[in-house]
Ligand binder design. Structure first.
Ligand code: A3P
Length: 285
């Protein structure tokens, strides 16, 4: 079942999950100063970041992440169900998730102190990860080959549109005090320091044992085993058997998939589209 997309202001959204009303509602969402929002282009390590934030919140105690599905711990503002949960919450931890590009993000953000953590990832790995995800998710257009998905990715006809535009847009926010930009690669290379950086940004303090528990319980192996986090709870109506969000969890997997020609063309396009942004932001190869 390959789904067609619903286009909203030039951005494709899987129509089984999003409606024009749900996107509009997200734009009108009134954020609170204490909100902590994980924002990413899909397949950049969103769920890993959410798991880390949940564990920072519980001071490393895994009880919450092992008993509540990840999408209920940090609801998605642009889905109908997620939006409602966010609106109705009273005592719930202030964690929210979003893949929205900056131009569709809640207007209230621009005058609030709500904090955004934007995770970027080597787009070549995002592409490979997205290819496998799209092949197994019934609510997405299923590519026939990596080359086909590569073409869709470059032209931005994948969910949430162009990676290049998404990242360009969010990078324009990077100097704001309430925005922290992190890369999947730095999180992978030095998880401990990056989690400390996140705590500092959030004004949270963890003692050494708590930090240890956060690291242990958010590791790839731990997440892969956690049925509340690995997407094994998704119904067979939505995904193929065996589908998990925790696929490989490594950096540089693109090297196992791209041809030399694909890598060269990608590099050229990257240079053209990301010109003007400091190269230090993109230290992944
Ligand atoms: P791969 O498909 O390359 O393995 P998102 O959450 O934005 O959909 O991103 C999914 C990607 O993050 C997948 O990449 C997944 O394996 C990886 N991931 C999920 N949990 C992780 C973890 N704890 N450590 C490292 N990578 C993780």
């Amino acid at each position: 079942m390959a789904q067609d997309y619903m286009w909203y202001q030039g951005i494709p959204f899987p129509s089984e999950v999003y409606t024009p009303e749900s996107i509009k509602a997200a734009q009108e969402l009134v954020l609170k100063d204490e909100d902590i929002i994980t924002v990413t282009y899909p397949k950049s390590g969103t769920n890993w970041m959410i798991e880390i934030l949940c564990l920072i919140h519980s001071k490393g105690d895994p009880e919450w992440i092992r008993s509540v599905p990840i999408w209920d711990r940090s609801p998605w503002m642009e889905t109908e169900g997620g939006f409602q949960t966010i609106k109705d919450r009273k005592e719930a931890p202030p964690l929210i998730s979003s893949h929205l590009p900056i131009q569709l993000f809640p207007k209230s953000f621009f005058t609030s102190k709500a904090k955004v953590i934007y995770v970027i990832r080597n787009p070549k790995d995002v592409l490979v990860s997205g290819y496998y995800y799209s092949a197994g998710a019934k609510f997405l257009k299923n590519p026939q080959s990596l080359q086909q998905y590569y073409d869709w990715f470059i032209e931005g006809s994948v969910r949430f549109g162009s990676w290049f535009a998404h990242v360009q847009g969010w990078m324009s926010m990077r100097e704001r005090e309430n925005v922290l930009v992190l890369s999947y690669e730095e999180l992978k290379k030095d998880t401990r320091s990056t989690v400390e950086k996140i705590c500092q940004f959030l004004g949270k303090k963890l003692n050494p044992e708590e930090l240890e528990l956060v690291l242990e319980n958010s590791s790839f192996q731990a997440m892969k085993k956690n049925t509340m986090s690995n997407f094994s709870l998704l119904s067979g109506d939505y995904v193929s058997p065996g589908f998990l969000v925790t696929r490989k969890g490594i950096t540089g997997d693109w090297k196992n998939h791209f041809t030399v020609a694909q890598a060269e063309v990608f590099e050229k396009i990257f240079q053209e589209k990301m010109a003007g942004l400091p190269v230090e932001l993109f230290l992944w190869d």
